[in-house]
Each structure stands twice: as C-alpha cells, then as structure tokens.
Design a protein around this ligand. Structure first.
Ligand code: 5GP
Ligand code: ZN
Length: 113
C-alpha cells in the first residue's frame, strides 16, 4: 500500500533499525521504544490487522516472534517480555499494517504497564 508507513519500511523508502529480515517477515525497533529493545515484527505483505491475517502469514510472523524474543533476551537480559497486538482504532491500533510488539520488561518503573 503506497501510503502505509510500514510498507515504506519494507520497500526501503524510509529507514528503520532492522533487527531481522527474511522473505516474508521484517523486524525492526519501534521508533518510540516504551522499553529498551521494543521491537515490531511485521509481515512484508500488507495486511491491515488480525482480521485480514491468513494462516500462512500468521505462521510466518509467529515463526519469527520467538526468535526475536530470544535475541532480545540475549542482548538486553530483560526479566520478562510482553507480546502486544492492537487491532482496530478502538483497540489502540495507530499503524494499520499488522504488527506484533515485543516489549522487554525490566521490572517496576521500566516504562510500560
Ligand atoms: P500500534 O499503536 O499501531 O499498535 O503501534 C504502532 C507502533 O508503530 C507505535 O509503537 C509507534 O511508535 C511505531 N511507529 C510508528 N511509526 C513508525 C516509524 O516510522 N518507524 C518505526 N520504527 N516505528 C514506528
Ligand atoms: Zn503496509
């Protein structure tokens, strides 16, 4: 989609701090990290949210999510990690290209929750 910011990241039209990329999936640091290492995992194909996700796209994304979680664990040594996925404006979605937030947790006062 031409006006989608995450499609622009996929296409290399705007920069992002990429942490993982394969044929189907891209992971990059959130531009406004709520905790250190806050990462977004997205399918390269434009799907608005969970209601548009097909099993194969979901499978690609969630094959990568644990890999990124473990990479975050290794690099930042969090004591926990939240997965978050907002679907629809009323649910807090602001970018309408499906994404899973990986939010590493460091204990009380870490900035999230
Ligand atoms: P949502 O509110 O849709 O669940 O999350 C959208 C996320 O995308 C937010 O955490 C926001 O900081 C992040 N975001 C928005 N625009 C950009 C961008 O241009 N680059 C990156 N890396 N993250 C972005
Ligand atoms: Zn898109």
């Amino acid at each position: 989609m031409s006006d989608c910011i995450f499609c622009k990241i996929v296409n290399g039209d705007i920069p992002a701090a990429k942490v993982y990329e394969d044929e189907h999936v891209l992971a990059f640091l959130d531009i406004s990290q709520v905790t250190k290492g806050h990462t977004l995992v997205i399918p390269k194909v434009h799907k608005e949210n969970i209601f548009e996700l097909t099993p194969d796209v979901a499978s690609h994304v969630f094959t990568v999510v644990p890999k990124i979680a473990n990479a975050i664990k290794k690099q930042f040594a969090p004591i926990g990690l939240n997965l978050l996925n907002n679907n629809g404006e009323q649910a807090g979605q602001t970018v309408f290209h499906y994404h899973v937030h990986l939010i590493p947790r460091y204990g009380k006062g870490d900035g999230f929750g």
